[in-house]
Write a protein of this length. Structure first.
Length: 441
């Protein structure tokens, strides 16, 4: 019988059960002699005002210096990947959108692209649907970076930027609500296209946002970039060079802030990104300051992409024509959120018995996906978000696994923190921009 190095175990009538505890706290503490050893072992989190979400850090300190750092995760585990095995392929969109809750539209897009690849319909996705996906993802990238700027500023004592960052993000969430009926967890981008078209009033709101946002970004930089405390807390802090990033699998703004212009939108394009004009911002220093500069520059590049996507929006369908795949709905936003319009329900009911049966089977059972497995990677606000989807030919996924950048990037925290000051653990951890919903999923 094999034994686990990480968890105690026992045999039960239901099989082997593992008892997982929070890291190796007991081992660490028992090895410390408080009389002869000037070390102290402390918990930072999982509830702590200066950690992102419910992240727990076990820190071994010598005075103010961090000698060893361990990340303990799992406090936000939702079992989303396992739940996908018990829902049909379209229902999966409703689950994956809840993982990285600051970038829900990226979760949905990666999932939809993987399912479409399994179905062999990648080239059948309409031009308008693909353009809408780019539009929504880049707006979502801006809103995610605004939350990063707001929360990192708050954790380093810059309270004003926290208020401003969330204020501008609120405008984007209003746009999302106008388009999808929801501020978050949209389930808007689905296999085959998107749930419904972008209304004209949303286009007006987006153009107003593009006019307003450059001035706001200038205000952020005036507030922070020349501020001596912000500079001291970010420059040459939590340095991770490009060699360390590549060795640990770090992607996204953290990798680009170390000087490597690796962005999947350019290196492995999807959704037609190769046809858009935009730059990949980089910074040579690989510190918290560099990550701040890269994310602000990325907001500006995303605004360029949003403007180009708006100019490309041509009239047309937003879902594939194949009625064996296309979700049979004409969605309407009413007082109770988003659902089938009553007129569409009446039309289905009045067509024919065969049409009604088809609608019922497609909604309750879902479509079948040919057996096989695919991997699709996209560039989320935190780095490479990959989906490995496996089908056994049924109406439900056999397995869906996400390569989540928050999970991978957290590996960098000990490399950044050890040997530095405890105050810099906060700055370094925040600069990774981890979202624990995506990390634990």
């Amino acid at each position: 019988m094999t034994t686990s190095n990480y968890a105690t175990e026992r045999e039960t009538t239901e099989g082997r059960v593992f008892t997982v505890t929070g890291g190796d706290w007991d081992t660490i503490v028992s090895g410390t002699d408080p009389i002869h050893d000037e070390r102290i072992v402390v918990n930072m989190g999982p509830q702590h005002p200066s950690t992102h979400g419910v992240l727990r850090l076990v820190l071994e300190l010598e005075g103010e210096t961090v000698r060893e750092a361990r990340s303990v995760i799992g406090y936000l585990h939702t079992g989303i990947e396992k739940n996908l095995e018990y829902r049909n392929w379209v229902q999966g969109s409703t689950f994956v959108t809840r993982m990285d809750y600051l970038a829900p539209l990226f979760n949905e897009t990666a999932y939809a692209l993987a399912v479409e690849k399994l179905l062999g319909i990648t080239d059948d996705i309409t031009e308008r649907a693909t353009t809408i996906r780019v539009l929504m993802m880049e707006l979502n990238r801006i809103s995610s970076h605004l939350v990063w700027l707001a929360t990192t500023g708050m954790e380093l004592g810059a309270i004003s930027i926290m208020l401003y960052g969330f204020r501008e993000r609120e405008y984007i969430l209003d746009i999302f609500e106008t388009i999808t009926g929801l501020r978050m967890n949209h389930a808007y981008i689905r296999p085959g296209g998107v749930a419904q078209d972008v209304p004209d009033e949303a286009i007006v709101k987006i153009r107003d946002f593009l006019k307003m946002m450059p001035k706001k970004l200038k205000e952020y930089e005036d507030l922070l970039s020349g501020q001596p405390i912000w500079t001291e807390r970010t420059k040459n802090v939590a340095v991770l060079d490009v060699t360390g990033c590549v060795a640990l699998g770090i992607t996204g703004p953290v990798l680009r802030s170390a000087g490597l212009a690796w962005d999947l939108r350019k290196t492995m394009p999807y959704c037609g990104y190769e046809t858009y004009e935009f730059d990949v911002p980089t910074h040579p220093d690989g510190d918290v300051w560099g990550r701040y500069q890269v994310r602000l520059a990325e907001i500006r590049e995303s605004m360029k992409l949003v403007e180009q996507a708006l100019d490309r929006l041509r009239p047309g369908p937003v879902m594939v024509a194949d009625r064996k795949i296309a979700w049979p709905a004409q969605l309407a936003i009413g007082v109770d959120g988003m659902g089938n319009s009553l007129e569409h329900v009446a039309k289905i009911m009045g067509q024919s018995m065969e049409s009604l049966i088809h609608h019922f089977k497609l909604v309750t059972e879902g479509f079948r996906v040919p057996p096989g497995q695919v991997y699709v990677g996209i560039e989320s606000p935190r780095g490479e978000l990959g989906v490995h989807a496996v089908s056994d030919g049924g109406t439900r996924p056999y397995r869906v696994h996400y390569r989540e950048p928050s999970f991978v990037n957290l590996q960098a925290l000990p490399a950044m923190a050890e040997g530095g000051l405890i105050a810099d653990v906060i700055a370094g951890g925040a600069s990774l921009d981890p979202v624990m919903g995506g990390c634990d999923r």
